[in-house]
Design a binder for this molecule. Sequence first.
Ligand SMILES: [Zn+2]
Length: 503
Amino acid sequence: MNDPRQMTRRSALVLAGAASGSMAAPAAAAPAERSGRRRPADLVLHSGVVWTGDRRDSIAAAVAVRGSRIVAVGDDSRVLRWAGRGTRVIDLKGAFVAPGLRDQHTHLIQTAVEGAAAQAYRPVFVPHDEQAAFESRRQVGQRHVDIHARGETPVDRTTHSPVTEKLKNDLLVMQEEVARLGLSTVVEAGLRDMGALDALFQLADEGRLKVRFLVRVAWGAIEEAARMGLRTGVGNEWVKVLGVKMYSDGWLGPRTAALREPYADDPYGFPRGGILFLEQRRADRDVARARELGFNITTHAIGDRGLKTMMAAYEANHVTPRDRWSVEHVQVAGDDLLARMIHRGVIASIQLSFATSDQHFAENALGRDRLRLAYRWRDMMRAGLPMVGGSDFAIEVLDPLWGLQRVVTRTEFDGTPPGGWLPDQRLDIRTALRLISSQAAFASFEEHERGTIEPGNYADLLVVRENLLRMPADEIAGATRLMTITNGRITSEAPVSHRPVPS
Ligand SMILES: [Zn+2]
């Protein structure tokens, strides 16, 4: 097995573009077949740097996949024994392999329902334009004021589109882009259209899905979803209901996130303490109903008053770490609130790109003193708060490499601010990768079979040309994806790189 000439032959076959298939070196096929008990792998990746993402932070060189599962991880000689007739053997030539990436907070399905073109999912770097940003924040804030005036939250109104070929095609266009960007699993944070879920289940039945969709239904659709027989865990390998998304307060930019103390400034004339969509009584009642119907719960809560209200509602409903309920965003949080989350095992679902984007208004909104409560990812990690990462596409770009660079450097691609915004709160690359692999699997009750590269787990893998653990942090966003694998299927195989240059 260690004969170097044999290795060269394999590599040559791969380079020539031949799926090694029947041309695989017969000598290599022998051991797997001789053993009699063990069928050969369908796919072997070797001569790479495989970061398994497990607790021990292990590095291997090769991984073998059979069907939808990983069957071996280790050094080349051991794993190559799994190659046989029909095995596709790929020489990674030193490329880096990570667990298939997961995005715990997207609005991909909702975007596809609106008929977005492929281009809409690709990242574009638009340098900050304060005048345009000011106006768009004002519009969002006005929308929040209007929704609140009607006694609603932003996730109360829902629809049920008919399942059409166009809808299915729009979903397929979207998933093609998601796979290209290296993602294996995406969470929909509040689906308002149950027809889109029908369409996804149809596509799964037809064998046409290549990205895994975990769906949180918007609060307003929960009763309908329950009547459809849905609850947390219902679904299959490709589409599964994860739970419900509720919505407690507004956003920080428009000054509508609900704060314990008033905003430090007042650029728009909205209520000075922000907007709390879910008053305590309704929050308590909605959480109780979601639990009764069997839905795992997450709630949008950006300001500390929104977070406090939701923690009180979770506590009133006896949340324990076994529930794995979470809170989205958690952008302003004092130690007391973090301690309550830790005590109850409530997960902080943070967005990798928010700190770099929000540097333009956070200090004005909160005042200098309160910045120590803001976007404190490292404090949360050190305190032992369970955390998970996402993009919040289409608010931010979907590309996970762009998010990784931003959360690791806390510096925008145009270099602002030099040294990073609130740089004490930067995360190291391993921690950041875990937020969108093993930790995300945990938050979705899948850590026993996904999120790390280990034998027995589903084969969800990402191959990147550069070593993400060692490359300069300010170049991560431009790294080149070579291959995405989900449930053992190669779902993208062209080099994909999006270096952020100002558009
Ligand atoms: Zn969102």
